[in-house]
Design a protein around this ligand. Sequence first.
Ligand code: FNR
Length: 182
Amino acid sequence: SKYQIAVIVGSLRKDSFNHQMANAIVKLAPSDFSFKQLQISDLPLYNQDDDANPSSSVKRLKAEILASQGLLFLTPEYNRSIPGVLKNAIDQASRPYGQSAWAGKPAGVLGVSIGAVGTAMAQQHLRNILAYLDVPTLGQPEAFIQAKEGLFDQDGNIGAGSQKFLQAWMDQYVAWVKKHAT
Ligand code: FNR
């Protein structure tokens, strides 16, 4: 399709709410958008000594980002920030210096947590990182999604109560990607 989106989920948990949201929200996108979740679980811990000889998983990650027209981040909140696995993936694809895969890719940020204000701090930290990496990130609407009963229906789609809000989010995201994609 015309717009290939790289989806980065900051949880490795099998039943992750953020994973479920990643699978559900892409169904609200138009047909000229396609989405691929990038694997980050097999990335080594970032070590600057490896810059000259990156592992195949790091090369794969960077190639998938470079082949995309946009980014979609779904982050849990761990201790009021983003999980280490997500920061590790971001760091890996940002190096070696001058060869970041992230620069210029338009992005959207979402986060699901059990708490009512959950992921607000994590998302703010993530926005800080993305600003430095020259990633134009959709500012509004913000989406701090609470994982409560009915968020998803039996088929894993967005539940009725959140559909309108998340459709509006997706519509703005789509417009943002189209505006900034190169
Ligand atoms: C959490 N959780 C959490 N929630 C939150 O709203 N703010 C926070 O700061 C934290 N901190 C935190 C730290 C650690 C180490 C864990 C394991 C969990 C709870 C978190 O929102 C919950 O586990 C979510 O289910 C994580 O997202 P996934 O894995 O369901 O996508």
